[in-house]
Design a protein around this ligand. Structure first.
Ligand SMILES: Cc1cc2nc3c(=O)[nH]c(=O)nc-3n(C[C@H](O)[C@H](O)[C@H](O)COP(=O)(O)OP(=O)(O)OC[C@H]3O[C@@H](n4cnc5c(N)ncnc54)[C@H](O)[C@@H]3O)c2cc1C
Length: 437
């Protein structure tokens, strides 16, 4: 029987270990932290949004090259789909609940998901070693020496499922990228994603804590500094936005943040355009504002428009236009009303940055997808290696997509690793690139 080591006891690592053990391999998981699944327990605010029933799910992932991502994700989800995932968890004994396509454990507790995965690992006699952070791994042309601070483990096959750099206290501290790089893989620069954005200037500081409905458009200056430079909209989303002390947050912001991260990293200017009343066309809004100022002509602007936006936000929007919410509604000019209607639907905020790795849910970037086989997730660089989960250069939106990637990629990597390591004829089919290269 061939021996497989899985680096990391997160969702991808656990699924890889279960799949490999089900194929008959002898599997050990080496986990850096003293306990498994630290990040899994945080998911969905502790409730674990474990997948999404979106029929477009396999086409919803991002990475450096959209075509490579699309091909790879489709291939992986064909082998272990959302239905396979639900069947897998059902077999383990997990009841799930569908909330508008967002799937949660019926218990509402991420710990139920973790507990059942651990039970399955124990049933399959997978060895779990905690507080065993892998510091280096050396391929000896047929087997691995995997080094932790306390031991050198030997195995035939290694699966890296070390996660990203998002929230290092969970154990995913970026050391997986270092290992992959030592082995010879290239790493697409890793940046925070699914995170809040910070805004240049402080004109909306008074809105701290306010929540509002908005459509957000993330725009990037294409051809920075050049004569024909123009703003290009890279992503849009609609939902609840939260104002922070230095910018904007909330799921709607998280969904576009990966584009901001990458564009800022590339030195591009970034801005967002907020439409606070996306369901109301501009012309209609202009007419509503006119009617309100007539009806409440003796009241303040803040009072007249109090049914449109949260008070603090309306006041900040008016201030943007050098108007005061205390001004008499009847004194607002036609021109000001037209401008107000425009700004409510097109507020531009220049983006300064994103929150850091300790305040993001996932990372964009990671091990270059071109360096793994699309069907198997086996490394094209080293014959005894495969990778799964967030360590790869693929990230999904909020809503269960990232865990689904971890489940699917983990299961596929584990299955193929076990099959490949059981077939010695395939051992050296891929030329090993020396890590010193
Ligand atoms: C607050 C928060 C909420 C989230 N909510 C959701 C949600 O509801 N739905 C969703 O789909 N996604 C959610 N995500 C994203 C999701 O949790 C991750 O995409 C997913 O956990 C990635 O799985 P993974 O196994 O690849 O990595 P991880 O879960 O990060 O696991 C990697 C494991 O590897 C270990 N490790 C790292 N380096 C080493 C090493 N050198 N040696 C040994 N072990 C190592 C780590 O300790 C860790 O246990 C959320 C993320 C956060 C931070």
């Amino acid at each position: 029987m061939r021996e497989i080591i899985v680096a990391g006891c997160g969702p991808a690592g656990m699924l890889a270990a279960i799949a490999a053990a089900r194929e008959g391999a002898k599997v050990t998981i080496l986990e850096a932290k003293e306990k498994p699944g630290r990040k899994l327990l945080m998911t969905g605010n502790g409730r674990c949004n474990l997948t999404n029933l979106d029929p477009k799910l396999p086409r919803s992932y991002y990475g450096t090259d959209p075509e490579t991502v699309r091909k790879l994700a489709s291939g992986i989800f064909e082998q272990f789909s959302v239905s396979d995932t639900l069947a897998f968890f059902e077999e383990l004994g997990l009841l799930t609940m569908d909330k508008n396509g967002y799937v949660y454990p019926y218990t509402g507790q991420a710990s139920s998901v973790l507990e059942l995965l651990l039970q399955e690992l124990r049933r399959l006699k997978v060895k779990l070693k905690f507080s065993e952070k892998i510091l280096s791994a050396t391929w000896r042309d047929g087997w691995w020496d995997v080094n932790t601070a306390s031991w050198t483990y030997r195995c035939d096959y290694l699966i890296l499922a070390c996660g990203s750099r998002a929230i290092s206290s969970t154990g995913s501290d970026g050391s997986g990228y270092t290992l992959a790089k030592q082995i010879g893989h290239s790493i697409v620069p890793v940046l925070p994603a699914l995170t809040a954005l910070t805004v240049k200037g402080n004109s909306f500081a008074a809105c701290f804590g306010v929540r509002c409905h908005a459509k957000i458009s993330l725009c990037v200056m294409a051809g920075n500094g050049k004569e024909n430079a123009s703003w290009e909209t890279l992503a849009q989303d609609t939902g609840e936005l939260q104002w922070t002390d230095n910018g904007i947050s909330g799921i709607v912001v998280f969904q576009v943040s990966r584009f901001a991260s990458r564009a800022l990293y590339n030195g591009n200017k970034v801005r967002v355009i907020l439409d606070f009343l996306p369901e109301i066309p501009s012309v209609e809004l202009r007419s509503v504002l006119g009617k309100l100022t007539e009806r409440y002509s003796e009241e303040t602007a803040g009072q007249a428009f109090s049914g449109l936006l949260p008070a603090k936000l309306m006041s900040a929007v008016l201030e943007q236009m050098r108007m005061k919410s205390s001004m008499k509604a009847g004194n607002i000019t036609e021109k000001q009303l037209s401008s107000l209607a425009y700004v409510i639907k097109n507020l531009v905020l220049p983006i300064h940055g994103t929150r850091d790795f300790e305040q993001c849910q996932v990372c964009t970037g990671g091990v270059a997808l071109e360096e793994v086989e699309a069907e198997t997730l086996n490394s094209k660089i080293c014959p005894g290696l495969s990778m799964a989960g967030e360590i790869l250069d693929i990230d999904g939106p909020c809503g269960g997509y990232n865990l689904q990637w971890a489940w699917s990629s983990g299961y596929v990597a584990g299955t193929h690793a076990a099959r490949k390591s059981a077939d010695p004829s395939k051992e050296n089919e891929i030329r090993f690139r020396e890590s010193t290269e």
